[in-house]
Design a binder for this molecule. Structure first.
Ligand code: PMP
Length: 373
């Protein structure tokens, strides 16, 4: 079975599994306990993972808050910032192509009196800086939340420019970086406008059920203000109480370390595979195929395409013994994609669209399977 749904999730790396195993077996200490070695070992393991995540992103290790994944990080940041500052005329800016965990958090906040602008996007799903700045004009802006790389069509937003503009206007910027982690170089030291970032381990060969949100400090001693997601014992700088899932955190740390070490190699392998696959598909299908993704400024290895006259669900089911493909995001598969609607596709075109997401473990010869279809 050729797995081509790596944006939905990835296979756990054997090195990640090896790193996690002791913390599911003999090293079962609670990192918040004190004085004995089991607790100390767990605490040290969590700290190493925190540094590994920070090194991947170019931030401080105490800016890494472990969560259960990006859905939680997105909810925590958007609702936490909103709750802290309160609703009076507060404006939140986001886009129409965000992950449901961002859009639904914003919709919830609208019911509490916040004003939310959902910006239109271009035909590749990108937010324009000028639209963003126009939307911010003369408003009491609380937060901007813009996805870094889109999970359905793979387009990458101009986050550097958005970060600069948000910094100048003094509006905190949150970015959902779930799909770009390990696929492009990220250095938050060069992007001071980004105050919050979300990521998830299972998209980078780590375990499911763990991720992080990066909460940039306002100064070396002052933490960014946000209502905690979970009140309790004060773990994770008080933002998210609860006993830490040490095994999962260690897994995320190792996945981040490997993603960092392999970054250049991953990007170049994915680009090569993508070129190879595109050539096969173009040769085979001619003008029956349309690529919805941009060729530049996109997540390597993610292709979103239409097979004209072919129903996507029927195609995916028909091929399901040989390969795993997707109609788009695994998070909203029951409804027609809001992302594809936002880039201007009609229902018929959406029903002909599939997403292929490659992984660097694939051999180009495995993609020859497409020649035989
Ligand atoms: N944001 C994006 C862009 C995603 O692709 C996903 C996963 N599909 C999420 C958020 C949610 O991540 P998690 O599965 O860790 O909750």
């Amino acid at each position: 079975m050729l797995y081509l749904d790596n944006s939905a999730t990835t296979k756990i790396d054997p090195q990640v599994l090896d790193a996690m195993r002791p913390y599911l077996e003999e090293e079962y200490g609670n990192p918040s306990s004190k004085y004995y070695s089991l607790a100390e070992n767990a605490r040290k393991a969590v700290q190493i993972a925190r540094v590994q995540v920070a090194q991947l992103l170019g931030c401080e290790s105490d800016e890494v808050i472990f969560t259960s994944g990006s859905t939680e990080s997105n909810n925590m940041i958007i609702k936490g910032v909103a709750d802290y500052y309160g609703a009076k005329n507060k404006h939140i800016i986001t886009s129409q192509v965000e992950h449901p965990s961002v859009i639904e958090s914003c919709k919830y906040l609208e019911t509490k009196g916040f004003i939310v602008s959902y910006l239109d996007v271009d035909k590749f799903g990108r937010t324009s800086l000028s639209d963003l700045m126009n939307s911010a004009k003369d408003k009491d802006n609380l937060l901007v939340s813009i996805i870094w790389g889109n999970n359905e069509i793979g387009s990458i937003n101009p986050i550097e420019e958005i970060s600069d503009a948000c910094l100048q206007q003094d509006i905190p910027l949150h970015t959902d970086a779930t799909q770009v982690i390990g696929k492009m170089k990220i250095d938050l030291r060069k992007l001071p406008g980004i105050r919050f970032l979300s990521l998830s381990a299972h998209k980078i060969n780590g375990p499911k059920g763990v991720g992080a949100c990066i909460v940039k400090k306002e100064s070396s001693t002052i933490y960014t203000k946000m209502t905690p997601l979970l009140h309790g014992g004060g773990q994770e700088n008080n933002y998210r109480s609860g006993t830490l899932a040490v095994h999962n955190i260690v897994g995320l740390g190792m996945a981040a370390k490997l993603a960092h070490e392999r970054l250049d190699q991953t990007i170049s392998k994915l680009q090569k595979l993508e070129i190879y696959l595109k050539a096969i598909l173009t040769e085979k299908m001619g003008d029956q195929i349309t690529f919805n993704s941009d060729v530049e400024k996109k997540i390597p290895g993610l292709l979103n395409l239409q097979f004209k006259g072919i129903n996507n669900e029927l195609l995916i089911k028909k091929l399901s013994n040989y390969m795993a493909l997707s109609t788009g995001s695994a998070c909203s598969s029951s409804k027609p994609s809001h992302v594809l609607s936002a880039i201007g596709l009609d229902l018929n075109e959406i029903r002909q669209t599939i997403r292929i997401t490659l992984s660097p473990e694939i051999n180009s010869s495995e993609l020859d399977l497409f020649k035989t279809l």
